[in-house]
Ligand binder design. Structure first.
Ligand code: KIV
Ligand code: ZN
Length: 515
């Protein structure tokens, strides 16, 4: 543990604000996989959901609370007794429950969204925070649209929340409108003018609409904030939240100017980024800082030459420091189960017996078809396998007839709720034929395919293709992903992955409340 004064509390909201991004919804099993990894990484607080929003959210917060060993677990709630009680109930088995309640404080939000007077908002703050304190000593209060709140009223609201028992005060830049100096001044103002400010930790929560979420968060820290709310890969409402990986690596790399520490194990960053992308099907852009595919690639001759002479010429942090390993040959078709398990452990995976069995079988198939099996191949293979046990639609087999003389035909067999079903369809190309075959077996006329994307996991003509598919039905979007050396099989599996998620979404009632 680092010295408290210089220590930044990392509050991860990937499972709440992050999950609110279009297409980023996660099922219970997926949220648990992410939560376990965040806990292992050393995140201080995991915001697991918004329990009153839906039964699914309630259960997710409940299960995350049961599972997480070290981090505090937070449940979001509006300034309403029923919301607070739902959060308290969902967090019952958490070792360290945190109730996070919020209300808007800007003139615009109070007038149009809440239709409440500033006085009534102050009453609601006092009541909600003191009600939350009946259930937990750890209560966070957020001033929604805080960055656009008038100074005097923000100070009054913060003082009221602390007086009522809030132990963390969060000042969100909800619409990503602030610029760093302005946001820092808002935080500094609280330290100057709120008499009981020393009784709470001040937190920043910045959205990225103008690309300033990380810069604003750090400006807030320099002004005295000691908690940063952020998400893996920066996912979140609209343009997203501040990216956890960027915050952590900036604090490490520029410790000379920003002498603050976190307890995050940065070597798990790549794994967390990769796991989230696989779960959500939401890939990060190649030039994304820290976790993008090109973040450590040196292409130009001058740069490569400099790197060979001294890596520090062009490298401000090493790929290894964020858990990136160079591609290297790891296993081949003669590798046994023991070596496979050992390699997975090295890559940070612990699989249960069934998942391990399936993963090993797929590894053997892969090694038969691909001469060199790299770490990236194994990661893609295992991520593809994990958490799909309970899916209703399962891939069984696929035969394709394709080529320049046509017609292109897909012969597909799926298991649907345990029953084998077949279809043979013609399409405009093999991918079209496959997707039509899936539609014939599992009709979903209202769903539209919004994205079909392929990229190679490694180099070489025998590389695995990683396919991402995005479907939309009644304004709900889902992503599916899969990897295979056969691009048609990967396409089929990715579509099935998305469709399984759509089936879950249909069963879940829509969120009828949003922050
Ligand atoms: O952006 C925001 O204002 C929020 C709050 C609910 C914390 O996410
Ligand atoms: Zn937010």
């Amino acid at each position: 543990m680092t010295d408290h004064k210089e220590r930044i509390i990392i509050f991860d909201t990937t499972l709440r604000d992050g999950e609110q991004s279009p297409g980023c919804s996660m099922n219970l099993e997926e949220k648990l996989r992410m939560a376990r990894l965040l806990d292992r990484m050393g995140v201080d607080v995991i915001e697991a959901g918004f329990p009153v929003a839906s039964q699914g959210d309630f259960e997710a917060v409940q299960k995350v609370a049961e599972t997480v060993e070290n981090a505090a677990v937070a449940g979001l709630c509006r300034a309403k007794k029923s919301d607070i009680e739902a959060s308290a109930e969902a967090l019952k088995s958490a070792k360290r429950p945190r109730i996070h309640t919020f209300i808007s404080t800007s003139p615009l939000h109070m007038k149009y969204k809440l239709q409440m007077s500033p006085e009534t908002v102050l009453d609601a703050i006092a009541e909600s925070v003191s009600h939350a304190r009946n259930f937990s000593d750890d209560v966070e209060w957020s001033a929604e649209d805080g960055s656009r709140t008038e100074d005097d009223f923000l100070c009054q609201a913060v003082e009221t929340a602390i007086k009522a028992g809030a132990t963390t005060i969060n000042i969100p830049d909800t619409v990503g409108y602030a610029i760093p100096d302005e946001y820092a001044a808002k935080i500094a103002l609280l330290f100057d003018r709120v008499p009981n400010i020393d009784k709470a930790v001040i937190s920043v929560h910045c959205h990225n609409d103008l690309g300033l979420a990380v810069a604003n968060s750090l400006a807030g820290v320099r002004a005295g904030a000691r908690q940063i709310e952020c998400t893996i890969n920066g996912i979140g409402e609209r343009a997203g939240n501040a990216a956890l990986e960027e915050i952590v690596m900036i604090l490490r790399t520029r410790h000379d100017l920003l002498p603050f520490d976190t307890d995050i194990d940065a070597t798990l960053i790549t794994k967390a980024s990769r796991r989230l992308s696989t779960i959500t099907g939401f890939n990060v852009q190649p030039n994304k800082a820290i976790v993008g595919a090109n973040a450590f690639a040196h292409e130009s001759g001058i740069h490569q030459d400099g790197m060979l002479k001294n890596a520090e010429t062009y490298e401000i942090m090493t790929p290894e420091s964020v858990g990136r390993k160079q591609s290297r040959l790891v296993l081949g078709k003669h590798s046994g189960r023991h070596a496979f398990v050992k390699k997975l452990e090295e890559l940070g995976y612990e699989l249960g017996d069934n998942a391990l069995q399936d993963a090993f079988k797929r590894f053997k198939d892969l090694a038969d078809r691909k001469k060199e099996v790299f770490d990236e191949d194994l990661v893609a293979l295992v991520d593809d396998e994990t958490g799909r046990d309970h899916e209703r639609i399962k891939f069984v087999s696929l035969q394709i007839q394709a080529g320049s003389t046509g017609p292109q035909v897909a012969m597909l067999e799926l298991g649907v709720d345990g029953e084998a079903k077949q279809a043979e369809t013609e399409g405009n190309g093999p991918v079209d034929a496959i997707f039509l075959a899936i539609r014939e077996i599992v009709p979903h006329d209202e769903a539209q395919l919004l994205l079909y994307q392929v990229h190679a996991v490694t180099g070489g003509t025998d590389a695995q293709a990683e396919v991402t598919v995005k479907l939309e039905e009644n304004a709900k979007t889902v992503f599916g992903q899969s990897a295979d050396v056969d691009v048609m099989v990967a396409s089929c599996r990715a579509y099935i992955h998305a469709l399984n998620k759509l089936l879950i979404k249909r069963e879940r009632p829509a969120r009828d409340v949003t922050p």
